[in-house]
Design a protein around this ligand. Structure first.
Ligand SMILES: [Zn+2]
Length: 112
């Protein structure tokens, strides 16, 4: 099965952008992203890469498998809550695709 890497690349980009927005507004680290948020980006990108659904991946909010560690999950949830609504005007294209992706049905694998 050919992996739709564009989709996953977009997903990685969406996560990165959301964390950047969050860090800029909340942590205001002068040198750019703070260490915590850099770690969170790396962690999230790895989770996307290792998602068992591959290109069939639902958006993380909808995914039945919670692959984030507890503390990371709390952090990313807060980021999404904060940056999610801002995406619509800051990055309308990414937000649009994310919305499309979030309407996908789960692949059959998820039902087992
Ligand atoms: Zn930060």
């Amino acid at each position: 099965m050919k992996v739709d890497s564009k989709r996953l690349q977009r997903e990685r980009k969406t996560v990165r952008v959301m964390i950047e927005i969050y860090c800029r507004k909340k942590h205001k680290n002068p040198g750019g992203l703070c260490a915590d948020c850099q770690e969170l980006i790396q962690y999230s990108e790895k989770r996307v890469d290792h998602c068992i659904f591959g290109s069939q991946k639902p958006t993380c909010a909808k995914c039945p498998i919670h692959c984030y560690k507890n503390d990371m999950r709390e952090k990313i949830k807060e980021v999404m809550r904060f940056s999610g609504p801002k995406m619509i005007y800051l990055h309308p294209v990414l937000a649009f695709y994310h919305l499309l992706d979030s309407r996908r049905k789960l692949p059959n694998k998820a039902k087992n």
